[in-house]
Ligand binder design. Structure first.
Ligand code: MZP
Length: 499
């Protein structure tokens, strides 16, 4: 006879936290959100800890190198999506590892033979007012000059005028040699009253720019997640098919941590993948696995040697797995059960395997609930897809700015490696949708607001760290009528736009 779970499976919105005693110490400024990313032995430190409990989803519409840089600067980690060629994924990883805070690769470049019209069009397209003029119009060509708003006056100049006629030529520019530190570059900017400083290599080719306007923001990332060589930390998704080619290329590119990306992780495929990694690299390569939704699945992956384990099937905002296949489990129940299994495993073996609640985080308070229920960190897709840094198009729909967001199991992504069970090497049916999400601005601003809420709630629960929250949290189920009580009710809301 089939096994029946005694309780229905529930999701985050069915729970609330009940405040505990808060001492005067319990202030958001005293809260530390540091949390382990990978497993560790009792009494030892994990090899990587996150400074904030957030990682970004292994998805085409979420985690590219731009988002990875922005998130690592705030203290989290992105897992660069694997549903692209090995070369392209490795190149993205390398761009994150090569990134130097404050040194910006030039994305607006022209040649001296281009025209003022080309400059104006490029400015319209990219929104940048500084254009690098290189011999071949590439970001790393020989630097010949720059064009900024100070070099032209549209009302007095013909748009046919060649760039070479009005650019500020190299001999009039202050530049710095590759290898200069950010502090030295900023000093040159201040001493010479510059807006930007081109950095050139020994052959005179452009490497990057340092901008005056970035000065404050460069000083402003106290939680930045760095490796031993002070490079940003980055992860990457792998699948259970081409790992023998993909893993070596990602390691070569400098990846810090891997994660097997699969819609359902309680499988021999994951075991074989982890075994191969251990045979080749021992414990030096860290790899997360998943997704699972119960204690049995957790135990299996922990025994396979996973460095962290992701929890969640069917709860993702773009996911239709539950509708198409009838598998999954409410995200809260899955998190609670797996956290219990993690604690038991720790007691038994002395090995703490962090867990990650993946998918279905809709409100910021869901992050706090997931942590309180035992998750060490959360993986977010929809959340990050709304920001400037996500790889997708920003479009205007009915007067509102939106970003595109699509699932890995959608016809658009066609990530069959994530879903196929060893058969056809194709996506036999869709398990995800293609959608829009409201555009929300920069990652930095939004993460700051979300985490301010998390810290505030933690203080209400008398907790200054995530383990303390997990120990002290008091959670209650809510009835459907009390959910109504929780929103604004029995008042006529004023139209926000008319005030
Ligand atoms: P969310 O943050 O948008 O709610 O969920 C993101 C998570 O949904 C991803 O991390 C992944 O586990 C899952 N996902 C990605 N694509 C699909 C799909 O197409 C999916 N079904 O379920």
């Amino acid at each position: 006879m089939a096994f029946y779970f005694k309780e229905p499976s529930r999701t985050f919105s069915e729970y609330l936290l009940v405040p505990g005693y808060s001492s005067a110490e319990c202030q958001p400024k005293n809260v530390c959100l540091k949390t382990p990313l990978v497993k560790f032995k009792k009494g030892e430190e994990p090899r990587i800890s996150l400074n904030i409990p957030m990682i970004s989803a292994i998805m085409q519409s979420v985690s590219n190198d731009t988002l990875a840089i922005a998130l690592a600067k705030e203290g989290g980690v992105s897992f660069i999506y694997g549903s692209q060629t090995v070369e392209d994924q490795a190149a993205m990883v390398k761009r994150v590892k090569d990134y130097k805070a404050g040194f910006v690769k030039s994305t607006s470049n022209l040649t001296p033979e281009n025209t003022l019209l080309d400059v104006l069009n490029l400015k319209e397209k990219n929104g940048h007012s500084t254009v690098a003029i290189t011999h071949d119009g590439t970001p790393n060509g020989k630097l010949l000059g720059i064009v900024t708003g100070r070099d032209y006056r549209v009302s007095r100049m013909s748009t046919d005028l060649k760039v070479k006629e009005f650019m500020t030529p190299l001999e009039k520019l202050v530049t710095a040699k590759l290898g200069v530190t950010l502090k030295e570059a900023n000093d040159i900017i201040w001493d010479n009253k510059l807006n930007s400083l081109p950095i050139i290599d020994k052959d005179g080719c452009l490497d990057s720019f340092v901008f005056r306007k970035d000065y404050e923001s460069n000083k402003n990332n106290p939680l930045e997640l760095l490796d031993k060589e002070k490079r940003l930390v980055v992860g990457a998704g792998i699948n259970t098919r081409d790992y023998k080619e993909r893993v070596p290329a990602l390691i070569e590119a400098g990846v810090d941590v891997l994660c097997i990306d699969s819609s359902e992780g309680f499988s021999e495929w994951q075991k074989l993948t982890i075994e191969w990694i251990r045979e080749q690299y021992g414990d030096s390569v860290m790899v997360g696995a998943g997704n699972v939704v119960d204690a049995e699945g957790f135990r299996f992956l922990a025994e396979c040697g996973a460095d962290f384990i992701k929890v969640g099937i069917g709860g993702g905002s773009i996911c239709i797995t539950r509708e198409t296949k009838g598998i999954g489990r409410g995200q809260a129940t899955a998190t609670i059960e797996v956290a219990k299994a993690r604690d038991e495993y720790f007691k038994e073996t002395g090995i703490y395997v962090p867990i990650c609640s993946d998918g279905g985080i809709v409100h910021d308070y869901h992050i706090t609930l997931a942590l309180a229920m035992g998750s060490d960190f959360v993986m977010l897709g929809r959340y990050f897809s709304r920001f400037d840094e996500s790889p997708t198009n920003k479009v205007k729909i009915n007067g509102q700015y939106m970003k595109e967001y699509w699932g890995e199991g959608s016809a658009r992504a066609r990530n069959w490696q994530r879903y196929d069970l060893g058969g056809d090497k194709k996506l036999s049916f869709e398990e995800g949708v293609d959608s829009y999400v409201p555009y929300a601005g920069s990652l930095k601003d939004n993460v700051a607001i979300s985490l301010a809420k998390v810290k505030s709630t933690m203080c209400n629960c008398g907790a200054l760290t995530i383990p303390e929250l997990q120990q002290k949290a008091k959670l209650t189920l809510v009835s459907s009528t009390s959910i109504i009580e929780g929103g604004a009710h029995d008042v006529v809301l004023k139209d926000k736009t008319s005030s």
